[in-house]
Design a protein around this ligand. Structure first.
Ligand code: CP
Ligand code: NVA
Length: 312
């Protein structure tokens, strides 16, 4: 079986390539226009809603000199059951790259196997690599480094938490995750990240149910919605997660120069209070803007690494 080609999880871009991707991000933040995707089109496939991912990739393609086409379940033959593989095969014959937002990671992988052009994971139930690549870029821009910081994840052990775990394994980060009982990240992902850290000889992963334990002294406080797209146990979750909120009291026990990240959309008064999200420690709005710059650098990278057609 052909291995999937593309950026399906954070590790699909090797650790040693990330500094160049983030340096290129910085260059594209300073000077937004380029011609590196000139004459090319990316298909953006959405089986779930999106604001940031959709608009950042559309604008990214345009500002790199190319084009984008958006396809959603409703309004395409995917909504009438056309198999992922058939959709991918056909889109790849028109377009030069494909971004997919979907449910199970196996759907992203199936898309990538059937596609002859690079595929980018724009969020699955298990991973959100474009977002965590952006979060790391945001930390790097703010603190000048991603090493030597204490990272806290407060809330659900969801797709974002999994991609953060992957990052912690790859880069040897100190990551503490506070999740309620029964909502911790996938144990296999925890094990993989811990094994990677052991090999690397640096980093730590702390799992706790106590948000204060994770937040104490943290340089980066990070959270996400209590109910992710596609999750059905909304009422139960709203009860279970009540104390998993980044509020001023939690910020007060973090490092004095702590920053607060949120991938957005946010529910003020649930996982984060309005005064924190809109306050001086929050980088959420810069983080959201950075999705655009990072989307461009990722697009250029996958075209080189997996497509081989992008001029240097
Ligand atoms: N953070 C993020 O992926 O936002 P959207 O769901 O709006 O794309
Ligand atoms: N965990 C959230 C992230 C949204 C960007 C979700 O999957 O809905």
């Amino acid at each position: 079986m052909t291995p999937p080609r593309g950026f399906l999880t954070l590790a699909d871009i090797p650790v040693e390539d990330w500094p160049a991707v983030w340096d290129r991000t910085r260059a594209l933040e300073t000077n937004r226009l380029a011609t590196t995707f000139s004459g090319k089109t990316i298909a953006l496939v959405f089986e779930k809603p999106s604001t940031r991912t959709r608009v950042s990739f559309e604008v990214a393609a345009y500002e790199l000199g190319g084009n984008s086409v958006v396809l959603s379940t409703d309004g395409s033959q995917m909504g009438r059951g056309e198999p992922v593989e058939d959709t991918a095969r056909v889109l790849a014959s028109y377009c030069h790259a494909i971004m997919v937002r979907t449910y199970g990671q196996e759907r992203v992988a199936a898309f990538a196997r059937a596609s002859s052009v690079p595929v980018i994971n724009g969020l699955s139930d298990q991973h959100h690599p474009c977002q965590v690549a952006t979060d790391l870029y945001t930390v790097r821009e703010h603190f000048g480094r991603i090493d030597g910081m204490r990272y806290a994840w407060i809330g659900d052990g969801n797709n974002m938490a999994n991609s953060w775990l992957e990052a912690a394994g790859m880069f040897g980060l100190d990551l503490a995750l506070a999740c309620p009982d029964g909502y911790a990240p996938d144990p296999d992902m925890v094990k993989t990240a811990r094994d990677a850290q052991t090999k690397l000889g640096k980093g730590s992963i702390l799992l706790t149910t106590d948000p204060r334990e994770a937040a104490a002294g943290a340089h980066v406080l990070n959270t996400d919605v209590w109910v992710s797209m596609g999750q059905k146990d909304e009422t139960v979750r709203r009860k279970v997660f009540t104390s998993y909120c980044i509020d001023p009291a939690l910020v007060a026990i973090a490092a004095p120069d702590t920053i607060v990240l949120h991938c957005l959309p946010a529910h003020r008064g649930e996982e984060i209070t309005g005064d924190v999200l809109d306050g001086p420690r929050s980088l959420a709005w810069k983080q959201a803007e950075n999705r655009l710059h990072v989307a461009k650098a990722i697009l250029e990278h996958v075209m080189r690494a997996f497509g081989g057609t992008l001029p240097r």
